[in-house]
Write a protein that binds this ligand. Structure first.
Ligand code: ZN
Length: 205
């Protein structure tokens, strides 16, 4: 199988955005990956999820269930669950707190993989993992279609950066590292030049 060119897939789908963005972590960046644009084509979602599933199978990791933090992780997680032939649940924020709702249940010691679309600092994924652990599920891996390079994914030697919130002892699977600058709003050069960060998804982004 030819190696998937993830960056090209994102570029072709106009999912690699340039501008001045406010990330969910509160930081600013000049680049944003809008996975929704890649995943609006179900064929792409399937191709990406199959490639991710293949990596997970190679590592012989037994998974019972995929859990994704809404909204960003849902399509990637659902397609990965299909590829691995396991069930899929999601967590969502209620008054800012990540919660497992809708009657979703996790059995004790069930082996759960937490899947995001993009792993930046891993903050939302970690909050979803906490929900799994509260139900006595066992988080055995994290996955994302792409990794922003703060966390270290399986098979890559880029060291983990201090911003990464994911634990060291649980593997992170991703298809590609997209490494862009990220700024604390206090030191953001784009803010200093007078522009205002926008939340991706608003104003037509
Ligand atoms: Zn800024």
């Amino acid at each position: 199988m030819n190696r998937l060119n993830i960056e090209q897939l994102y570029k072709d789908a106009h999912a690699l955005l340039k501008g001045h963005f406010l990330l969910s972590s509160g930081n600013h960046s000049d680049t944003y990956l809008q996975s929704a644009r890649v995943l609006e084509n179900p064929k792409n979602a399937q191709i990406l999820a199959n490639a991710l599933a293949e990596q997970i199978r190679i590592h012989d990791l037994k998974i019972d269930c995929i859990c994704s933090p809404a909204l960003g992780g849902i399509i990637a997680g659902y397609e990965l669950a299909r590829a691995l032939n396991v069930r899929f649940i999601f967590t969502e924020r209620v008054d800012g707190k990540m919660t497992l709702r809708r009657g979703f249940e996790i059995k004790e010691n069930e082996r759960v993989l937490v899947c995001e679309d993009i792993i930046t600092t891993g903050g939302s994924a970690l909050e979803a993992a906490r929900c799994v652990e509260e139900q006595k599920g066992n988080v055995v891996a994290y996955a994302g279609l792409a990794n922003r390079g703060f966390c270290q994914r399986v098979g890559m030697n880029n060291p983990k950066k201090p911003e990464c919130k994911l634990p060291d002892n649980i593997p992170l699977f991703a298809l590609e590292d997209f490494i862009f600058a990220m700024y604390d709003p206090k030191d953001c050069p784009l803010c200093q030049s007078g522009s205002v960060a926008i939340k991706p998804g608003s104003r037509g982004n």
